[in-house]
Write a protein that binds this ligand. Structure first.
Ligand SMILES: C[S@@+](CC[C@H](N)C(=O)[O-])C[C@H]1O[C@@H](n2cnc3c(N)ncnc32)[C@H](O)[C@@H]1O
Length: 237
């Protein structure tokens, strides 16, 4: 049956980070493809599919029904992590296909729900910095990162595990670079990584040119963009 679920390369990559016996919550689940795929593949996996919008919630319920997984996947309506509570004993959370700021907001607002969550798997569509900053400040250590391209989009997947150690001491330039580029991705410098950051570099060029043409120039903002562009140059060199 698993072959019937046409999972994207992006969601398949996320699925590889879920354990065979996990009890996970997929927040912003839309069609619930990820929980259905993983539950079909592994008989001992159970999941909660959380959705804030009624349309995607209805689609998630339809997929769960179609795959006869209602006894193992609970589809719940709610904002972010409010769909889970301690009694659910969730060990892993996946949040994919949203902006990094939204993912970071969901995690920040739901911090009290993370007590027993040992793994966070996130896939921000942009602003990985916001996600990595949250992780570092909240005891989640990045264990793996992927950067993939699918249908002309580039996606980052960030996998992290809870650590009792306090990982964050001070905001240094090195730390900021890690958050922006991803510590592992920056070391690997894959072809997709280079493509992403070359494009970002060119976008920043355009932004700076536009800002310099404005009647009132925001020097601080321009300087911030220039610093980021300099970091990109260094990483790509
Ligand atoms: C683009 S879809 C991604 C679906 C799926 N996770 C994926 O990666 O293919 C984003 C989904 O997140 C949901 N969403 C956005 N904000 C949310 C929030 N605060 N809590 C729960 N779901 C949210 C949206 O309704 C939408 O269905």
């Amino acid at each position: 049956m698993v072959e019937n679920i046409q999972l994207s390369k992006r969601l398949k990559a996320i699925a590889t980070y879920l354990d065979k016996t996990t009890l996970f919550a997929d927040i912003g689940s839309d069609h619930a493809y990820l929980p259905c795929y993983v539950c079909t593949k592994y008989p001992n996996v159970r999941a909660i599919a959380g959705e804030v919008s009624k349309g995607p919630l209805a689609r998630a319920k339809e997929t769960v029904q179609a795959y006869q997984l209602a006894d193992r996947i609970d589809v719940r309506l709610g904002n972010g992590l409010e769909v889970i509570d301690q009694n659910d004993h969730i060990d892993t959370i996946t949040i994919a296909g949203m902006g990094g700021s939204l993912i970071a907001n969901i995690l920040t607002e739901g911090k009290d729900k993370l007590t027993n969550v040992r793994r966070l798997i996130t896939q921000p569509n942009n602003n990985g910095y916001a996600v990595r900053s949250f992780l570092a400040r909240n005891h989640y250590f990045i264990t793996d990162e992927l950067i993939i391209e699918e249908n002309d989009h580039i996606y980052e997947i960030i996998v992290s595990e809870y650590s009792a150690d306090d990982l964050f001491t001070a905001l240094t330039e090195e730390e900021e670079k890690n958050w922006l580029f991803g510590p592992k991705l920056m070391k690997e410098k894959s072809t997709v990584f280079i493509k992403k950051w070359q494009a970002e570099h060119d976008k920043i060029d355009y932004v700076i040119k536009q800002m310099k043409q404005a009647q009132v120039q925001d020097e601080d903002k321009i300087a911030k963009w220039q610093t980021q562009q300099q970091w990109i140059k260094e990483v790509l060199s």
